[in-house]
Design a protein around this ligand. Sequence first.
Ligand SMILES: *[C@@H]1O[C@H](CO)[C@@H](O)[C@H](O)[C@H]1NC(C)=O
Ligand SMILES: *[C@@H]1O[C@H](CO)[C@@H](O)[C@H](O)[C@H]1NC(C)=O
Ligand SMILES: *[C@@H]1O[C@H](CO)[C@@H](O)[C@H](O)[C@H]1NC(C)=O
Ligand SMILES: *[C@@H]1O[C@H](CO)[C@@H](O)[C@H](O)[C@H]1NC(C)=O
Length: 438
Amino acid sequence: MDMSVVRVVVTLLFTVCHAWAQPRLNTVSTTITQTSGYSAVLNCQVYDLGDAQVIWLGPMGMPLTFGRKRITTDKRISVEQPYSVDWNLHIRHVKPSDAGEYICKVDTSPPQTKRVNLKIKVAPSINHALSTKNPLSVEEGENVTLVCKVSALPAASVMWFYYHPQRPNNREQPNFPASVTGELLTIHDISKEQAGIYECLAFNGVPPTAVKNITVNVEFKPIISSTNKKIRQLRGKDTILECNIKAYPPEIAIWKKGNMEIKEGERDWKYYPTLFKNSESEFVLGLQIYSLEADDFGNYTCVASNQHGTASVQVLVEELVVKPSTTTSTTTTRGTTTVTTPTSTSTSTIPMTSSVSNKTLSSIRTTPNQIKSTTTQKGVIIDDGDSSKGDKDPGYNVLTTPAVYPISPAEQDPRNRGNCLNWKLSGLAALVLLLIIM
Ligand SMILES: *[C@@H]1O[C@H](CO)[C@@H](O)[C@H](O)[C@H]1NC(C)=O
Ligand SMILES: *[C@@H]1O[C@H](CO)[C@@H](O)[C@H](O)[C@H]1NC(C)=O
Ligand SMILES: *[C@@H]1O[C@H](CO)[C@@H](O)[C@H](O)[C@H]1NC(C)=O
Ligand SMILES: *[C@@H]1O[C@H](CO)[C@@H](O)[C@H](O)[C@H]1NC(C)=O
């Protein structure tokens, strides 16, 4: 047979087949959801395309591809054909603005179309510029609103947590009156106890969760608490004064004798001031006075101040005179009083003085060990300072515990004098009672 005849027959057959087989498009609409940043594949399958063309249109009816050619300038877009019937539209690194309805169209008459709805998810993110700056300093009594500006798709829910400075590993729900309206947390009349880290946490089902910490510093005027008003000691002995200071920001903490400021290192044969930092806003200011002489008895003042005000408390150091008539039995001390020489070579520098008033106390760190090692066993005599109680019994304790000790009001109660056990037992009883009530 002539080869040219065969060729003509085959060509004819093809032409006839083509004329019979119209392109067929799967026109079922679909919806696909993709996370921002990833690639989206929009499916379109066409059988028997023949000479027809597949066209992809974007959300605004904008033509994106014609056949295998990209006609938009957006280089993220292409048509991929894993199989010859596939005319899939690929969009790389999708973004929220890519969302919308895409149309796969075959230019037959009438044209056939398939719609693909593209949805974009976005993991939450916090816009720090539009959120509360961190850290935030406020004054006690202010109304504080914390803002965590979140963007997410779909919208995220925002939760707030609180970390108390003394329980930094304990994520808590703010349990004080605070109103939460999504991105806002409002604290009315903030108190110093409400200082801490506020954490906002946003999630919308698209990982990862977004988190922001806002450290809220609450500033307040210094407060001096639980300090003995009067101390008695024998001439020639040493003594220790202490005052508990709360202040934020901490600026000045100093002992004064009359108008004289007792500066660290200035008269170190006589005075040894110490500062122990319990927290960012709580301090114990101590003063050791060595070998009491006549001049050393009198009033000492603990002064604490910052930009919000000043607080001061007086402590009277009185000479203890042991009357021979009241026999040694009444003045028996529990424990011995040992006097150690101060290690005034201590390297800790403690700015106690106005000369370093601009330096915050937070920059100093005196460890409890340092204090204990230099202040053991000073034979401090504590009195509640209430002279109306009469002179019938000196009623004092010679403390043999380390110098830095918490002074509870109960220990100063005359009924509990000399009986630390009573005090502990009553504390225990109160605790048990509390547990029963709860
Ligand atoms: C705090 O808010 C309360 C109630 O909205 C208002 O009465 C009070 O004046 C506000 N306090 C300050 C310091 O703005
Ligand atoms: C927020 O602060 C808490 C408590 O210090 C800490 O455990 C957490 O990891 C912090 N979160 C961030 C995102 O820094
Ligand atoms: C100490 O201060 C108190 C109270 O201000 C005062 O009554 C007392 O006279 C002062 N004592 C001495 C010895 O200065
Ligand atoms: C105190 O510190 C502030 C900022 O920390 C500074 O602007 C100011 O000049 C300082 N004042 C003195 C007296 O050093």
